[in-house]
Design a protein around this ligand. Structure first.
Ligand code: AMO
Length: 420
């Protein structure tokens, strides 16, 4: 039983398990706070009423030891959740060593790096755990949304032979007698699935980016929510993206209110449709030359001017990947979804004509031969299609106003960190 499942008016014996959050010995009475996944239960031990054996055990138990406690519930407005347990038996399931390398009660604060070194203990902290409870709700909301919209969930390979996004650096790995890479994006595979006739696919999976810089918004292993949709254009998948963001915020506000309270966060459900500006408008606001991409400084300027979620549309073709559909003079059917703090997603309508795709691959200096497996699927009936990729950690970081993207990953991978 979890702390929150117990009603203060419960008659008869209950059983709770968890970690010793705190022990307060006030002489005649001892209070033991037991922490489980969902909250804290107060175990009250008045010396006159509790057996010597139990009192001895509690004395022996160190902080963060794991206990199983059985006892009667007694209503008490002062206790967490409005009740306490008077124990009839206490079992020490695992003793914790002292001193602890990190304080799970948060009475002693710790630097991010120390916290990540001791992440298993860090995640015992209710506020840290709340982030991952919310992350789980977000994944549920996203899956429900796509199933509701008739999408099929897929899994594509993460060990690949070629770059997907071009510019971004790859992690090479040794694959028997050959060199292979960790995939940067499911891009090529989700497009190939359009040729196979799945029409609407989504994937939630890892992407690997060998970016050398260490910032508050970059990870070397991130989770991407990717979609691809046949017979759709850029505008249609933009609408789908803003609907998904809206649905996820709403779902979390409704279903994860307890975790939000623990985290001391309120989330504001964004209004949709989001504002849409063109690349040309965006460079004017941020004082950038045509053809340049927005850096952190420009994104901040834009964010201050826009104030909330917004799309930047119609990027110059040359700064978007080869699979992007051109339109007009030097423009493309592409978009980025921005939050004032970070880019959340990018997407586009794709080139579905084999010849044009081959040409755009060549223009970027890549060899069509290394894309043979991909290009081939465009020769035998490839429907027009569009899609996007949305970073899950960026979504959580901006939704929950987290200082650092690492807060949204259990075991982050960055420039210096490969363990735990
Ligand atoms: P892009 O490279 O813009 O597009 O990535 C899509 C989204 O993934 C997230 N993201 C990251 N998050 C944290 N750390 C990183 N290093 C990182 N890199 C990317 C961001 C980003 O907006 N194939 C296209 C998508 C498509 O067109 O469908 C792509 O990968 O939130």
């Amino acid at each position: 039983m979890h702390s929150i499942d117990i009603d203060p008016k419960t008659k008869g014996e209950v059983e709770v398990t968890g970690w010793i959050h705190e022990i307060r010995d006030l002489g005649g009475i001892t209070f033991l706070l037991l922490r489980d996944r969902e909250g804290i239960t107060q175990i009250t031990l008045p010396k006159r009423k509790i057996s010597k054996e139990i009192l001895e055990k509690v004395k022996k138990a160190s902080r963060e030891s794991v206990l199983r406690v059985k006892g009667d519930v007694q209503e008490d407005g002062r206790a967490p959740n409005g009740f306490e347990i008077l124990p009839s038996s206490i079992e020490i399931l695992a003793m914790a060593k002292s001193p602890l390398p990190l304080d799970p009660t948060e009475k002693v604060s710790a630097e991010m790096e120390t916290r990540l070194d001791q992440r298993f203990l860090d995640m015992r902290r209710p506020r840290v755990k709340a982030i991952f409870m919310i992350r789980s709700y977000a994944l549920r909301a996203i899956r429900e949304f796509f199933y509701e919209k008739d999408f099929i969930e897929v899994n594509t390979p993460k060990i690949v032979a070629t770059a997907t996004e071009g510019g971004t650096a790859l992690f090479p790995i040794s694959y028997f007698e050959r060199e292979a890479f960790l995939n940067q994006s499911p891009q090529l595979y989700k497009q190939m699935l359009m040729s196979s006739g799945f029409e609407r696919v989504f994937e939630i999976g890892p992407i690997f980016r060998a970016e050398e810089h260490s910032t508050r918004r970059h990870l070397n292993e991130a989770t991407s929510i990717d979609i691809e949709m046949s017979y759709a254009d850029d505008k249609e998948v933009m609408r789908l993206l803003e609907e998904l963001i809206y649905h996820t915020y709403k779902y979390i506000a409704k279903n994860a209110s307890r975790s939000l309270r623990v985290l001391e966060r309120e989330i504001k459900i964004p209004d949709i449709p989001f504002k849409r500006i063109s690349y040309n408008e965006a460079i004017e606001i941020s004082d950038l030359e045509w053809g340049d991409d927005f850096g952190a400084l420009e994104e901040r300027k834009l964010g201050e001017s826009m104030g909330e979620h917004y799309f930047i549309r119609k990027w110059p073709l040359e700064i978007k990947p080869y699979y992007t559909m051109p339109c007009g003079k030097n423009e493309s059917k592409s978009f980025d979804l921005m939050h004032p703090r970070a880019e959340l997603a990018s997407g586009s309508q794709r080139v579905h004509d084999h010849k044009l795709l081959e040409k755009q691959i060549e223009e970027r200096g890549f060899s069509p031969e290394s894309f043979f497996f991909y290009l081939n699927t465009f020769k035998y009936g490839m429907p027009p299609h569009a899609g996007w990729g949305l970073g899950l950690e960026r979504l959580l970081m901006t939704m929950l106003d987290l200082d650092n993207i690492r807060e949204a990953v259990m075991f982050p991978r960055d420039r210096r960190r490969l363990v735990p």
